[in-house]
Design a protein around this ligand. Structure first.
Ligand code: 4AD
Ligand code: MG
Length: 479
C-alpha cells in the first residue's frame, strides 16, 4: 500500500479510504489515541487504536518519539479537535524510542528553552517550533528562486574558494593544505603560499558579488544564492560565521532601480510566506504572542508576526539619505537625553542601536538608507558627484536591523582604479574585475540579502542561531 503524507490527508481527506501513514509518535493517550507527525505539516494525525485488537507488547512500544507505520481507514472524527482520524487496523513498530532517554531530550513534550534546543540541534527538528522554522526556511528559498526566475534572472554559482576579499573587511577564513607545523617559508619568514594548493593564498568567500558583476555584464541580470563565510568575532544574535546570501546584479540599473527591486523582492517573499505557509506561520505567531505575554508592556512588539508581514507588504519603505538620517538622530530626544551608547556625527558607521532607533522608534517601518560616506563602504561602490559619498543602500528592518546591503557599482575605470589605490587593493589582484570596465562598461547595481536575517523576520525568531539548522559561530561548530 502506498504511503500517504499527513499534509495531504488533512488537506484533502478521503473519508472511507484505506491508507498507510508513517511517522513519529508525538503522544499516545489512554492506550487509544496516537498523535502522529510525519514532518510534512505541523499538524498531527489522530490515529485511534482499539487496544483489545493488539498485543500488549506492541502497544507498549508506541511511545513518544518512536517511529511507527499505521494502516487503517480514514473516518470522520468522533471527538472534537480534528475533522478526521485514522481507525487503525495494523501497526508496524519501525523504530523504538526508550522513554527514559526521551525524557532527557527536547522531544519530551513540554516547553523547552531555545538555548536547550540549540544544544540538541540534531533533535530539535522534531519539535513544532523547529519543524515550522525549517519548513518556512525552505519556502523562503523557493520563493527567492521563483521571484528571480519569473523576472528573467539567471542563477549563477560563484566560487566558494576565492583569492579576493570583496568587502575589504579582512574577515576571512584561509583555505590551505600546507602542513601547519612546518609550512614552506619565504626568506622573510612569512608563509610561502606559492607552494600552496592553488599557488596563492585563498580563502572562503565573503561575497559572490564581484563574480556576479562579471556575469551581469554579459547575461544582463543574474543572482547568486550561496554559502558565505565571515570570520567576524561578533557573538551577536544576528551574526553567523557561515551564512547564506542572495546577491542579484543587474546591468543598466542605477541606485533607484536597485531600491525598487529590493523593495519589490522583500515584499514578494513576505507575501509568499503568508500565502503558502499559513499553518506554520500561525503556529509561530501564536507562540510569539504567548511569549510576549510574559514580558513587561514596554518590551512587547506592537504588531504580531503576521501583522508585521502584512505591514511590510502593504506599506512603502521609508527612503532617506545617510546625511538625513544623521540629522534625524541628532535631533531626536533619544540623542539629547544621551541614550545612545555610541555618539552620532557625520562619517560614523551607524551602530545597530542607531539603525533600530530609526526603524522602530522614528519611522516605524522598513527604511532604505542611501548615499553613505565613501570611507565606511566598500571600494566598488559608485562615487557620487559630491566626492564624499557613494551610491550605497542599506535596508533596515524592524527587529533585525540591516537585512540588505547594496549599491550602484563604480563602472568608470579611472575612478575605480583610484578607489583601489585608496583602499590599498593591488590592481593585479583584481585585473579581471577591472577588465570588465574596459569593454562596454555600463552602469549596474545589485545588493546582498542575508538569507538567515530574512528567515528571522518571517518566522519571528529573535536569534539567528535558531533559523539555520547547524549554526557556525565563534567557538561553536558542533554537529
Ligand atoms: O552588507 P554586506 O556585507 O554586503 C555585501 O556583501 C555585498 N557584496 C552585497 C552586494 O551588494 N552584492 O552583506 C549583505 C547582507 C547584510 O545586509 C546582512 O543581511 C547579511 O548579508 N550578513 C550577515 N548575515 C549573517 N551573519 C553575518 N555575519 C552577516 N554579514 C552580513
Ligand atoms: Mg552591510
Amino acid at each position: 500500500m502506498k504511503r500517504v503524507k499527513i499534509a495531504e490527508i488533512l488537506s484533502q481527506p478521503q473519508i472511507g479510504q484505506e491508507i498507510l501513514v508513517k511517522g513519529w509518535v508525538r503522544a499516545f493517550r489512554s492506550n487509544r489515541f496516537i498523535q502522529l507527525n510525519d514532518g510534512s505539516t505541523i499538524n498531527t494525525l489522530q490515529a485511534v487504536v482499539d487496544f483489545e485488537n493488539f498485543d500488549e507488547a506492541v502497544l507498549k512500544k508506541i511511545t513518544t518519539a518512536a517511529a511507527v507505520g499505521l494502516k487503517g481507514t480514514l473516518i470522520e472524527s468522533q471527538g472534537s479537535g480534528q475533522a478526521v482520524e485514522l481507525q487503525v487496523s495494523e501497526i508496524e513498530i519501525i523504530g523504538e524510542a526508550n522513554p527514559d532517554d526521551v525524557q532527557k531530550t527536547v522531544m519530551q513534550p513540554k516547553k523547552h528553552s531555545l538555548e536547550f534546543l540549540r544544544e540538541q540541534a540534531h533533535l530539535r527538528f522534531r519539535t513544532n517550533t523547529f519543524g515550522a522554522v525549517f519548513r518556512i526556511r525552505h519556502a523562503v528559498a523557493f520563493a527567492i528562486h521563483n521571484y528571480f526566475n519569473e523576472k528573467g534572472f539567471f542563477y549563477l554559482h560563484t566560487p566558494i574558494i576565492t583569492g579576493s576579499d570583496a568587502e575589504g573587511a579582512g574577515e576571512m577564513f584561509r583555505v590551505t593544505n600546507l602542513d601547519p607545523i612546518n609550512p614552506p617559508l619565504n626568506e622573510d619568514g612569512t608563509v610561502n603560499f606559492k607552494e600552496d594548493f592553488f599557488g596563492k593564498a585563498v580563502n572562503l568567500t565573503v561575497s559572490g558579488q564581484l563574480e556576479a558583476e562579471l556575469a551581469a555584464l554579459a547575461l544582463g541580470q543574474v543572482y547568486t544564492f550561496g554559502p558565505t563565510f565571515r570570520a567576524e568575532n561578533s557573538n551577536t544574535s544576528r551574526h553567523l560565521a557561515e551564512f547564506w546570501m542572495i546577491e542579484p546584479e543587474v546591468a543598466f540599473n542605477d541606485l533607484l532601480d536597485n531600491m525598487n527591486l529590493t523593495e519589490d523582492f522583500l515584499k514578494y517573499i513576505c507575501q509568499y510566506i503568508m500565502t503558502n505557509c499559513a499553518d506554520d506561520l500561525k503556529f509561530l505567531n501564536d507562540r510569539e504572542v504567548q511569549e510576549q505575554a510574559s514580558k513587561p508592556q514596554n518590551e512587547r512588539n506592537e504588531l504580531s508576526l503576521i501583522e508585521r508581514l502584512q505591514f511590510v507588504v502593504n506599506n512603502e519603505f521609508k527612503r532617506l539619505t545617510y546625511t538625513e538620517a544623521i540629522d534625524v538622530l541628532k535631533n531626536s530626544n533619544h540623542y539629547k537625553k544621551k541614550k545612545f551608547k555610541f555618539d552620532v556625527s557625520w562619517g560614523i558607521d551607524l551602530q545597530s542601536e542607531h539603525e533600530r532607533y530609526l526603524v522602530e522608534k522614528e519611522f516605524k517601518c522598513p527604511v532604505i538608507l542611501t548615499n553613505y560616506p565613501a570611507e565606511i563602504k566598500a571600494f566598488y561602490m559608485r562615487q557620487n558627484d559630491d566626492g564624499k559619498t557613494v551610491a550605497a543602500m542599506d535596508v533596515l528592518f524592524p527587529g533585525i536591523g540591516e537585512i540588505v546591503g547594496g549599491s550602484q557599482r563604480e563602472e568608470r575605470l579611472d575612478i575605480l582604479k583610484k578607489k583601489c589605490a585608496d583602499f590599498h587593493i593591488p590592481e593585479e589582484e583584481l585585473w579581471w574585475y577591472l577588465d570588465t570596465r574596459k569593454f562596454g562598461t555600463v552602469p549596474h547595481a545589485g545588493f546582498g540579502l542575508g538569507f538567515e536575517r530574512m528567515v528571522m523576520f518571517v518566522t519571528g525568531m529573535s536569534n539567528i542561531r535558531d533559523v539555520i539548522p547547524f549554526p557556525r559561530t565563534p567557538q561553536n561548530a558542533e554537529f
